[in-house]
Design a protein around this ligand. Structure first.
Ligand code: ADP
Ligand code: MG
Length: 640
């Protein structure tokens, strides 16, 4: 479209005949126009005419309403009032409709007055600021999104000093940007468990790679917050790293759910074992009952009496081993990392499974001699073994062999598994001779709730839990499988460096050492208290007993009754073992105490540890174990 040069439309309104309405803006690159007080156009320069694609003729007949966006018209006319007042100037931003579409204009407006001081027109000079406006709007939208994000966002410089934190970050941590700078808080460090983890983090982001992890931060004495953390590099257009962007999302709730899931699944796998265990127990009880009956019939010969008692004792030992297994397994305990002997754990668990799995399933153990200890949670490791074995059993409905192998591997020799090449790993491999898996099943194996089993037989949680545990131990899993031949699952777990051998590996048990010291035995269960009293009296100790917490407290407070050590039950009605321990710590602060209990909750353990309690023995116990622990507490003065 060709646009004619537009002269001032002097014919439209009176005035200044000799000079142009637009003055110096006649030829300006900025758009300029004049309107009368009613909004009719009096003049417009070439830039304006071009912008609006009109001819001089069309502009001469126009009204601002023909150009201004309908929503902004009232605002344009409202500036008239401002222009009527001294100093007769105003600035404004409005949307105008041009042939290229809606555009934003920023205007400087001035009122033109005649000699009598009466307003004859308004002159507006302005420019198209659409690009800038849109950029600003985009900027505000983005910054609102960042501000209102449910994720904590931090932007730092290359040394990790914060330049920006969003509102969520402030709400979660209670620190504003000023606080962090004033107190020189290293915000990228929060949650890293140790110096090595923090260093590895820096190495990763300095290389320009993204770092992801799950970090736990203690907010106060009772609250630990789990966060999923992602730190990435922000780059300039030329590709240089200019900043780090840290996103932290609260996943405490998810962590709790995961833990509950693990607990549920544990109960489920325990359920699958319960049938077998009940069967086992019945056998043991039959043995105990049978031999007990022998002993009660008439006057049995001494050899039979002796043999019966030995058999009864053996069966009871096995039963208590079984109970211990079930208890450690079913109990909801806190996760505790300690050096674990994987071979020992495998042997114990396999002997339990061998008794409970169908007889058509046989076990084979290939354990590497002198396997170094793992830093792991014993109960969670048991769960890995159990879940993998249960799956193996299910894959062999006609029977077959489960082979459990342990060995060690250098991380560097496992490049396909993306483990830390600098670490050494123990491998726990459980292989079956079952159905194997199709590639489709293999691809979804670790998904929670993925199962190919009938409704009441599978929940699809077993491998999801195994995966969660292995990951929490900084390990990884490898799967091999051939349809119709079998499958093997290998869990690689980092070895504990520089840790002493696990307690189970130390000191072969020796006999029940005796003593002459005075003991106080506290237990509300009569047979157990009597058993302990008899055992220790026989070994030469002098024994006083208390049948309740209150009884025990009275004894402790009575200074005429000295004693050198206490065996203390925890769960008693009335005053509990913890109450008794508190009194002991006050009245007899130097007397050693062994706490004996069937179940110590994490809370109780914490409370006991706060009272300085270190010695715990779990029921069912072995008498000689208590005897040895007591002896080592009292010092090695054994008597003959
Ligand atoms: P579930 O055992 O409850 O089905 P899992 O998570 O333990 O759940 O296992 C998921 C699926 O993976 C199983 O349903 C099965 O199809 C497959 N699977 C797991 N272990 C084996 C195995 N050793 N051999 C063949 N298939 C297996
Ligand atoms: Mg399973």
């Amino acid at each position: 479209m060709s646009v004619a040069t537009i002269a001032p439309f002097v014919d439209l309104a009176g005035p200044p005949a000799s000079e142009s309405w637009l003055g110096a803006w006649e030829t300006s690159a900025d758009c300029a126009y004049c309107r009368d007080t009613a909004g009719r156009l009096l003049a417009a320069n070439l830039s304006f005419a071009r912008k609006f694609g009109r001819t001089s003729h069309a502009l001469a007949a126009a009204h601002v309403a023909d150009f201004v966006h309908a929503d902004d018209l009232a605002a344009v006319l409202a500036t008239n009032a401002e222009l009527a007042r001294d100093p007769h100037r105003a600035t404004s931003q409005h949307r105008w409709v041009t042939p290229q579409g809606m555009r934003w204009f920023a205007w400087d407006e001035t009122a033109l007055l005649d000699e009598a001081g009466v307003i004859v027109a308004f002159r507006a000079v302005g420019r198209d600021i659409t690009r800038q406006r849109l950029a600003e709007e985009q900027f505000y939208r983005l910054s609102r999104a960042v501000e209102q994000s449910p994720v904590s966002i931090v932007i730092t410089d290359l040394d990790g000093r914060p330049l920006y934190v969003n509102s969520k970050f402030i709400a979660v941590t209670g620190h504003t940007l000023e606080d962090i700078i004033d107190q020189q808080i290293e915000i990228l460090r929060a949650g890293h468990p140790d110096e090595a983890s923090y260093r590895a983090f820096w190495e990763t982001i300095r290389r320009g790679e993204e770092w992801r992890g799950e970090l736990a931060t203690r907010r106060d004495a009772h609250n630990t917050v789990w966060e999923s953390v992602k730190v990435s590099c922000l780059r300039s257009p030329s590709g240089e790293i200019t900043n780090f962007l840290c996103l932290r999302e609260d996943i405490t709730e998810r962590k709790k759910l995961e833990q509950e899931l693990r607990q549920v699944q544990k109960m489920e796998s325990l359920g699958t074992l319960a049938g077998g265990i009940a069967h086992d127990f019945n056998n043991l009880l039959a043995i105990i009952n049978g031999y007990a009956e022998f002993c009660q019939q008439g006057t049995p010969p001494p050899e039979l009496l002796d043999k019966s008692l030995r058999e009864i004792h053996r069966a009871a030992q096995r039963a208590s081993g079984l109970v211990k297994q079930i208890l450690t397994f079913s109990r909801k305990t806190e996760v505790r990392f300690s050096p674990v002997d994987l071979n020992q754990l495998a042997r114990e668990l396999i002997s339990l499974l061998a008794e409970t799995f169908p007889r058509t399933v046989t076990f084979q153990l290939k354990l590497q001699d002198r396997l170094p200890p793992l830093l792991a949670d014993q109960i969670q490791l048991q769960q890995i073994v159990l879940n993998l074995c249960v799956n193996a059993r299910d894959a062999m409905p006609q029977g077959g062999t489960i082979t459990l192998t342990t060995d060690t591997h250098a991380g560097a020799s496992l490049p396909h598994l993306h483990v830390d090449p600098a670490k050494r790993y123990a491998r726990l491999r459980i292989a079956d001779t079952g159905t194997g898996m199709s590639p489709e099943v293999r691809a979804r194996l670790f998904e929670p709730f993925f199962t190919t089993k009938p409704v009441n037989q599978g929940t699809g949680l077993g491998l999801a839990v195994v995966y969660g545990i292995v990951t929490a131990h900084h390990g990884c899993i490898d799967v091999e499988s051939t349809l119709g031949v079998g499958s093997a699952f290998s869990a690689y777990l980092p070895l504990a460096e520089n840790h002493s051998a696990p307690a189970a590996l130390l000191a072969a048990p020796d006999a029940f050492p005796g003593g002459t010291e005075q003991l106080l035995i506290v237990d509300d269960e009569d047979p157990l208290r009597e058993l302990l009293a008899t055992a220790f009296t026989q070994k030469g100790y002098r024994v006083a007993t208390a049948a309740s917490g209150l009884d025990a407290i009275a004894h402790v407070q009575d200074t005429t009754r000295p004693f050198q050590a206490v065996l203390l039950d925890l769960n008693m009605p009335g005053a509990s073992g913890i109450d008794v321990l508190k009194i002991i710590r006050v009245c007899r602060p130097h007397v050693p105490v062994i706490v004996i209990s069937g179940h110590i909750t994490p809370e109780a353990r914490k409370e006991l540890e706060a009272l300085g309690q270190r010695e715990f023995i779990q029921k069912p116990y072995r008498l000689d174990d208590i005897g040895r622990r007591l002896r080592s507490l009292l010092g090695a003065r054994t008597i003959g």
